[in-house]
Design a protein around this ligand. Structure first.
Ligand code: ATP
Ligand code: MG
Length: 428
């Protein structure tokens, strides 16, 4: 039989890696609670029009990256390629946008049929934040300030920069688009094939081209900033003044367009040059038109999504993971002899009750003292507890310091939990 393997571009998170994910997720969860955001969980599969209508027919995602299939009743369904459209669908369907504001976040797997490489996968994870019902630049600023705080908490703030742009109102964009198409049409033969095609489908996306020749051509092209309407200019100024007030620095990049059609006014990306080509770790912006596009009442909205794998790669590249993430235990219990085997489970249970914040691992599978101590060391535990015949007879436990040079002591079982709590708090 052929070997069964996972799917290309879809990765397992193995036991040795999951602590890193949880580390990041815990920091994000705590931080979003600090700002009063609530989690939403939506299905990974939606009816295809949620994305084709939401993201836009002529975007890369919809044109060539979606996992679309018919279910058994012939409905066209798609695995979500991003989180915003499904989130908006859920908000509308459950009536959560009428006369109220929402600040929500989500995390989960997204699916895009892309060429797998470092930082780019077919199943990947995003943590996203969305807000609804808020028009002013203060909320745009809050989202950016919140991400800046997150980078600090993760120790990567020195390696990311904020790129900022305003995409204007749809009217301003239409005018600009016409000017851009004019300019590019007269130089069409110098454009790469992809950009030539986009000239008629989605010309603004050409600004995002990675082709150096196209980029050179664009340096002379009309700038979106010169076509901005008054309202968008004011909104942008309101955003930048707040970022200034909070000490968040940014680069205005008039060529920053996002890969999804629904953005207007604010667009931003956090980029790094520590990850090679896959340098965008977080991107977002304002999408005041999307709710209506998906059948709801016109509702202002702004949000962003970050790529979890890319953030993990960046934290790793910068050596910012806490050292003890690989440990599985604070305390490892070694067991010598039949009698100890008999008491170890109830004794370990008692310790877990008395010291609920400690990870207490009892040795399984027998074996000699040396082998057990080797396992204790490998677990990362600060202390080994040793239970042998003498200890069972006296209801005592031997406590051995695995990381420092404290003398081995024997303590009554009843005192062990407290001893460990004070010692290990001191270590941490
Ligand atoms: P890129 O330009 O790198 O393709 P994008 O503009 O398509 O990114 P978004 O749709 O804005 O990305 O998604 C937000 C974030 O999700 C990105 O900034 C990135 O960190 C992450 N991301 C997007 N696609 C992938 C992927 N295929 N694999 C891993 N992470 C991804
Ligand atoms: Mg992409």
């Amino acid at each position: 039989m052929a070997k069964i393997t996972g799917i290309r571009g879809m990765n397992d998170v193995l036991p040795g890696d999951s602590a890193r994910w949880q580390y990041l997720e815990n920091i994000v969860r705590h931080l979003l609670a600090q700002y009063g955001y609530q989690e939403v969980r939506t299905p990974v599969v939606e009816q295809t029009p949620v994305f084709t209508r939401g993201i836009g027919e002529v975007t890369d995602i919809v044109e060539k990256e979606m996992y679309t299939f018919e279910d058994r009743s012939g409905d066209s369904l798609s695995l979500r390629p991003e989180g915003t459209a499904g989130c908006v669908r859920a908000m509308i369907e459950n009536g959560l946008l009428h006369n109220q504001t929402q600040k929500v976040w989500y995390q989960g797997s997204m699916f895009r049929y892309e060429r797998p490489q470092k930082g780019r996968y077919r199943q990947f994870n995003q943590i996203g934040v969305e807000t609804f019902g808020l028009t002013g630049p203060d909320i745009d600023a809050e989202l950016i300030v919140l991400t800046a705080r997150l980078w600090k908490a993760l120790g990567i703030d020195h390696a990311v920069t904020l790129q900022l742009n305003s995409l204007g109102t749809s009217e301003a964009r239409a005018n600009y688009k016409a000017a851009l198409v004019d300019y590019l049409n007269s130089r069409k033969d110098q454009l790469d094939e992809d950009s030539q095609r986009r000239l008629s489908t989605n010309p603004m996306r050409i600004l995002d081209s990675k082709n150096p020749q196209t980029q050179a051509l664009l340096s002379e092209a009309p700038s979106l900033l010169d076509w901005l309407d008054e309202e968008s200019k004011e909104h942008f100024a309101g955003l930048t003044s707040r970022l200034d007030a909070c000490g968040v620095s940014y680069e205005v990049n008039p060529r920053l367009v996002r890969g999804l059609d629904y953005y207007g006014k604010t667009a931003f990306e956090w980029v790094t040059d520590a990850l090679g080509a896959q340098g965008t770790v977080c991107g977002g912006g304002r999408y005041d038109g999307l709710v209506e596009q998906l059948g709801g009442k016109s509702t202002p909205a702004v949000g962003f999504a970050m790529g979890v794998e890319r953030l993990l790669l960046l934290i790793e590249a910068l050596n910012q993971f806490p050292e003890d993430l690989t440990s599985t235990a604070d305390v490892y219990i070694a067991v010598m002899g039949e009698k100890a085997e008999q008491v170890v489970m109830p004794w370990a249970e008692r310790l877990r009750t008395d010291a609920p914040n400690l990870r207490i691992v009892a040795h399984n599978g027998g074996g000699g003292f040396k082998a057990q101590m080797k396992k204790a060391d490998k677990s990362g535990a600060h202390f080994a507890l040793i239970i042998g015949d003498d200890e069972v007879a006296n209801e005592q436990v031997a406590v051995k310091d695995l990381r420092g040079d404290a003398e081995q002591v024997s303590l009554p079982l009843a005192d062990v939990a407290n001893h460990l709590i004070t010692k290990i708090d001191g270590v941490n």
